[in-house]
Design a protein around this ligand. Structure first.
Ligand SMILES: C[S@@+](CC[C@H](N)C(=O)[O-])C[C@H]1O[C@@H](n2cnc3c(N)ncnc32)[C@H](O)[C@@H]1O
Length: 270
């Protein structure tokens, strides 16, 4: 997954710190889990507690830590005769006033994050995932898996350099690919432990959990993740937030993470 601060390339280093220092225990806590790759790597050796304050990232960790493989979607498949990925990829959608992404983040809303066609597909799929859940055709774990798959699939057709603080003035060819809903990949599938994923502020969560290994990878640059990924958060939550500015950021963003604020740092570098 293209994600700011993704530690995929550091996994062997993190592991060697654990091995060289003979660190043992049962529960590994990853309290700023982002792309979820660290928990995914260690899940066959420890029970993982993962957490991220962005909902769109917590669903990705849930998909990777709660499933050994792509869920079977038994009820869905029985009802529709195909799995939800084929179903959604074959389906045509028609935008309407409820289509939040189309109306705000495509040329229809004077924006260029997505082509109108892909934005319409994002809205159509996202709205139907919740209808399926409400009608008990998919369960909570399956819903999370579909949301994680949608978030990751959306990244592949976004007209951006990777984050959503700006869209490109000229369309990138990536944006013209048809949005296909692809099942998110689950690595390290031999997992046998029970894992838990939270979507909270780590400063609060830490007072309520217990574990043996604490891995903390908070933001370490000025980039505020809730701003960088605001659009993925709106797709995952689909909560029709109040938005502002040319890039349509969520207004709640005024609550910047303390980890991105210089004044909160105990050491002030110049
Ligand atoms: C450097 S990234 C972590 C990268 C992750 N280790 C990976 O490999 O993908 C920092 C993460 O902390 C999250 N974050 C920032 N402030 C937070 C807070 N107060 N509580 C929980 N998560 C927070 C951000 O959303 C971001 O995903």
């Amino acid at each position: 997954m293209r994600f700011l601060g993704n530690k995929t390339r550091m996994l062997d280093n993190i592991n060697s710190v654990i091995v060289q220092n003979n660190i043992g225990g049962d529960v590994f806590c990853d309290l700023f889990s982002g792309s979820g790759c660290v928990g995914e790597f260690f899940k066959n050796r420890f029970s993982i507690i993962a957490n991220d304050y962005l909902y769109c990232l917590s669903v990705i960790s849930r998909a990777k830590l709660e499933n050994k493989s792509t869920p079977k979607f038994l009820k869905f498949t029985k009802q529709f005769g195909v799995d939800p990925f084929k179903y959604f990829n074959d389906k045509q959608f028609q935008a309407n006033a409820q289509y939040f992404i189309t109306n705000n983040y495509s040329p229809k809303g004077n924006s260029q994050f997505f082509t109108e066609e892909n934005a319409t597909r994002i809205d159509g799929i996202r709205i139907e995932i919740d209808e399926l859940y409400k009608n008990l055709i998919i369960d909570d774990r399956e819903r999370s898996f579909l949301l994680a798959s949608l978030v990751e699939s959306v990244m592949g057709v976004s007209n951006t350099t990777g984050t959503y603080e700006a869209y490109l003035k000229n369309w990138d060819k990536r944006a013209f690919k048809k949005l296909e809903l692809t099942p998110i990949e689950i690595g390290n599938v031999n997992a046998i432990k029970t894992n838990t994923v939270y979507n909270k502020d780590s400063n609060e969560l830490i007072r309520t959990i217990k574990g043996d290994i604490l891995y903390i990878d908070p933001p370490y640059t000025i980039t505020d993740y809730s701003s960088a990924y605001h659009l993925l958060e709106s797709i995952a939550k689909y909560d029709y937030p109040r938005i502002s500015g040319i890039t349509g950021r969520r207004q709640e963003l005024k609550k910047k993470s303390k980890y991105n604020r210089k004044e909160n740092s105990p050491i002030q570098y110049r």
